[in-house]
Design a protein around this ligand. Structure first.
Ligand code: MG
Length: 371
């Protein structure tokens, strides 16, 4: 449908270190494979999405969340005639810069950095991972990803101002990202809004009545499932309703993005880039439902008393370890002591902590700060 707006792999702005073409994988497919083989990608398995393993080991973690986003992103890109390989690579890399302990860990790390006059941004951290920290290839540092994947890492969820971020000047900051990148943040929203309702219900932190009252559309879909499968277990009817909610969001995003592009008279990738606003979007109605669902999850799940102790642990552990190493950098591993000769200590600590998994940071805290 929007094939003219798709990023063509043959027109990629290429890699920092030029490489010969591969015999049977295009450059975006190679980037996807490089992400999947990265150490930072594997560590996502042991990072909290919303629930720590205290609740259950069949809830989402950052890795399974990432796989769900990739599945949705492929569907969206395929239905819109966009570049599926690029969308998949961007989805698989979209959370690679996230620290341990989910959102609470991110906030705590940012607060520790702000106390030093710096800050933590997971998109910029993801770029540092793929450009510098991954050591896999003899010919170059990092993963040497194509321009379009690096651009998408930065721009998938927000815009950066060139004055504030001069180091990003090479990433066409005055232009919108391609639709493949614009879709990632919305695929992420679809994935976690539905998954967190599912896990929250399964954890018994949310009940059916609450979800019916707070999540637009859920009650109708549940009643529909109830009529069709009157003898089915509640959880299966719940699943049927969630499936329809996800389907409505995906279908709406496809139809509305196409309509927005058409209305704006945008039919080429250059026009997508030059357009003053992002074109990938839900319709007003589904956007309102998305916001309401998100608010519901904030109120009833993310900031619920049941998850408060996890949040407090995350803050105590991240800020405790950060403060410990600020005072005693000699007890850092040798490669980080070396890095601290070249970069400010808080930045080096931030990079170290951000890369940690939940179990690893817990071990480090026990070792250096006691229980
Ligand atoms: Mg995500």
């Amino acid at each position: 449908m929007l094939a003219g707006c798709a990023v063509q792999v043959a027109q990629s702005r290429g890699r920092v270190f030029p490489e010969p073409a591969h015999a049977y994988r295009n450059d975006f497919q190679r980037d996807r494979d490089r992400v999947v083989h990265a150490r930072a990608f594997r560590r996502l398995e042991a990072k909290t999405q919303v629930f720590t393993r205290r609740y259950s080991d069949h809830f989402r973690n950052r890795l399974t969340h990432t796989i769900e986003v990739a599945q949705i992103a492929r569907t969206l890109a395929g239905a819109l005639g966009l570049n599926v390989d690029l969308a998949e690579a961007l989805a698989l890399v979209h959370d690679i810069g996230h620290p341990p302990f989910g959102h609470a860990g991110e906030k705590a790390l940012d607060a520790a950095m702000r106390a030093q006059g710096l800050y933590f941004d997971h998109n910029l951290h993801a770029l540092r991972i793929v450009e510098h920290f991954e050591e896999r290839y003899a010919a170059f540092p990092g993963l040497n990803l194509t321009f379009e994947v690096r651009e998408g890492i930065i721009k998938h969820s927000r815009d950066y101002d060139a004055k504030e971020f001069p180091e990003l000047a090479g990433y066409l900051l005055d232009q919108r990202p391609p639709l493949e990148a614009q879709l990632i943040d919305l695929a992420d929203e679809i994935a976690y809004n539905t998954a967190d309702l599912d896990d929250g219900y399964e954890a018994r932190l949310l009940n059916l009545e609450q979800i019916m009252a707070g999540v637009p559309g859920f009650e109708d879909f549940y009643r529909e499932a109830d009529q069709r499968y009157p003898g089915a277990a509640r959880k299966l009817k719940f699943n049927e309703a969630m499936k329809r909610i996800m389907d409505r969001m995906v279908g709406d995003l496809i139809a509305n993005t196409e309509a927005c592009a058409q209305e704006a008279g945008v039919a080429t990738i250059e026009q997508v880039r030059a357009h003053p606003t992002r074109l990938a979007a839900f319709s007003d109605e589904v956007e309102a439902a998305r916001k309401q669902t998100k608010d519901f999850l904030h109120r009833n799940l993310y900031y619920s008393p049941a998850l408060a102790s996890e949040k407090e642990d995350a803050e105590r552990i991240v800020s405790g370890l950060f403060a410990f190493w600020m005072d005693d950098p000699d007890s850092l591993p040798r490669n980080y002591r070396e890095k601290a000769k070249l970069e400010p200590l808080p930045r080096v600590l931030c990079d170290y902590v951000a890369g940690m998994t939940d179990p690893f940071i817990l071990d480090q805290y026990a070792k250096y700060c006691g229980r």
